[in-house]
Design a binder for this molecule. Structure first.
Ligand code: BG6
Length: 593
């Protein structure tokens, strides 16, 4: 998963336009970046000017690059080849007339490269560079054209999006069969990007390129065709509902804090949504016995939460899975199965692969996603747009809370108790607002000060609070790099208790209701071995060394518990002087399998 951005138009500062676009895409990969500027005019001898750097863009500049109205760029998350300047994209051919940027994995690149190494000099270890030399090879027989790019693309195996330019013409040609790509049309030109939000400063008119399509961008038009047959495909630009402000940090130093503080309003907005837009999905949920909720990372925890919510509120058995570990279960998906995919980006490849197979095997597929027009949104039979607005911090916060809030309204709709679900969410919105108040923020900071030097932190919960515990552990891992381990309370004495010694840090999420006592018993077992207990609960308890109160909103208590975990992880990360928005080795959505 990388960030791709390109501009072709009237403005002469294309390199800067592209660099600014890459900055808005850095959450997709930030180990190195590069910009290629096409020469003015189409004179044969002219070559492409390239600038590539290792690391985040930060205050990187392209002021030293030639002024031009045509440039492309890329921000990388390494798959093939280390984090080096040579491996950064764009990649050129030997003549420096072809440029290629890429998102995905070319699974057969070594075989393709073998055929070219005699005549071509490869400068990088990437899978991508082979495309530049394949094009160069083909250009010896024919002019640069969509047909030529189509031919080369047909030899690539795997899910890929390639963006190609050549000095002989003012065209951006892109072909894809995986990885997101959108086209933007502005008053002064055309843009290509991995994410709709990144073109918002130029236009709201976008087209989401479908898999197996090839697009040609020129100064005066955009053409879409089938990547295999070349047959023209009519298309329309859609208008984005988001505003630029939503994609900027505003007064905050980090997106993560901004996104955490947006949650009360998001919960409130979801609580006010009427029941009608859920009618079709509620009907499906009552029709299907075999219902699977599935996702990756934080979204897989929302799927896990669904099993508690549907059991408790609707008395309905549903199952859940992490899509990256579902291969062995795929055989059981059939036309009797309703699969509900949960994803912020709608572009996570492991989930897309499961959904593709599920569809082939006749299952009904529903997508609960945050990005309109994303691959999961377009491939599903029904959709729930979670409406969290653009989420830029790599560690997901508001999109998770929005998913949980929609699950709470959905399960109450299934149970015929919609109003109860709405009032629960409204109450929770107020309580989450209190959690982000300055005094609460200070309290959590005081506790974070006790935790940020820990090497290991154990986070325990029972019932749906287990989900809050595992999500808190994931957040602490993702952004503070502290080894944090989620523990199912009841499993403590079956193993993890062996890890507890004097001073071992444990965060205990105590669920409201009947499971509270057994959770406190497990906490007492930790205390008895000298462990430090931070209790997150609706009532204080002498077992706790420190206590974070959360309101009892029944099933919606989970929202407050999750927000406590988010703020703690965020505070610990700031105390460690780390960047919570762009943690090492991670990226916002994993578009490679
Ligand atoms: C990871 C993100 O790459 O993908 C996580 O860093 C996220 O925050 C996970 O939970 C799944 O992404 P998505 O977009 O499918 O919810």
């Amino acid at each position: 998963m990388c960030g791709i951005f390109g501009y072709l138009g009237q403005k002469k500062n294309a390199a800067t336009i592209v660099l600014e676009g890459l900055k808005r895409l850095e959450y997709r990969g930030y180990d190195s970046w590069g910009v290629a500027v096409m020469p003015g005019g189409t004179a044969k001898e002219q070559t492409i000017t390239l600038k590539k750097r290792v690391g985040k863009i930060g205050d990187g500049t392209v002021a030293d690059m030639p002024s031009s109205s045509f440039a492309v760029g890329h921000t990388r998350w390494a798959t093939h080849g280390g984090v080096t300047q040579e491996n950064a994209h764009p990649h050129l051919d030997c003549s420096k007339k072809v440029s290629v940027i890429h998102n995905g994995i070319i699974e057969n690149y070594q075989d393709l490269q073998k055929k070219l190494t005699k005549k071509h000099t490869f400068l990088s270890e990437t899978d991508t560079e082979v495309v530049a030399h394949m094009l160069e090879e083909a250009l010896q027989k024919e002019e640069f054209s969509a047909a030529l790019v189509r031919k080369v693309f047909s030899h690539l195996e795997g899910n890929n999006a390639i963006i190609v330019t050549h000095t002989s013409s003012r065209q951006i040609i892109a072909a894809k069969n995986g990885s997101p790509l959108i086209i933007g049309k502005s008053a002064d030109g055309v843009l290509i990007s991995s994410d709709p939000a990144a073109v918002l400063t130029h236009t709201k008119q976008v087209y989401c390129v479908e898999d197996d399509q090839l697009v040609i961008l020129t100064d005066d038009q955009v053409q879409v065709s089938d990547v295999t047959t070349g047959k023209k495909i009519p298309f329309e630009f859609t208008t984005l509902e988001w505003d630029v402000e939503q994609t900027t940090k505003g007064e905050f130093k980090y997106f993560m804090e901004k996104e955490i503080r947006e949650q009360p309003e998001i919960i409130e907005r979801i609580a006010l949504q009427g029941e009608q837009d859920l009618k079709k999905i509620v009907a499906l949920l009552s029709e299907y016995e075999d219902v699977l909720f599935i996702g990756c990372g934080t979204a897989s925890y929302a799927a896990w939460a669904a099993t508690y919510l549907f059991a408790e509120v609707a008395g309905k058995k549903v199952s859940y899975a992490a899509a990256s570990e579902f291969e062995h279960q795929l055989q059981f998906i059939s036309k009797e199965t309703l699969v509900i995919a949960l994803s912020q980006s709608g572009e996570t490849m492991d989930l897309i692969n499961v959904m593709t197979t599920a569809k082939k095997q006749g299952a009904k597929v529903v997508a609960m996603v945050n990005v309109l027009g994303s691959t999961l949104y377009r491939m599903s039979d029904q959709q729930i747009l979670i409406g969290a607005g653009p989420e830029k911090a790599v560690a997901s916060t508001k999109a998770f809370i929005a998913k949980l809030s929609h699950l709470i309204r959905l399960v109450h709709a299934v149970a015929g108790e919609y109003k109860l679900g709405q009032s629960m969410l409204k109450a929770s919105a107020g309580h989450v607002q209190a959690l982000i108040s300055d005094s609460s923020w200070k309290n959590l900071n005081a506790v974070a000060k006790k935790l940020h030097k820990q090497k290991h932190i154990f986070v325990m919960g029972r019932n749906s609070a287990t989900v809050a515990a595992f999500e808190a552990a994931l957040k602490i891992k993702e952004i503070s790099y502290i080894h944090a381990e989620g523990i199912i309370g009841g499993e403590l004495k079956h193993g993890p208790l062996a890890l507890i010694e004097k001073g071992t840090a444990c965060i205990v999420f105590v669920p409201p209701g009947k499971q509270a006592t057994s959770t406190l018993t497990s906490a007492a077992e930790i205390k008895a071995r000298g462990g430090y207990i931070l209790g997150v609960a609706t009532k204080p308890n002498p077992i706790f060394d420190d206590y974070i109160p959360v309101a009892d909103d029944n099933q919606a208590t989970l929202l407050s518990q999750v927000v406590v975990g988010q703020i703690l992880a965020y505070q610990i990360t700031l105390l460690k002087e780390l960047d919570p928005d762009m943690p090492r080795n991670l990226a916002k959505s994993v578009t490679v399998g």
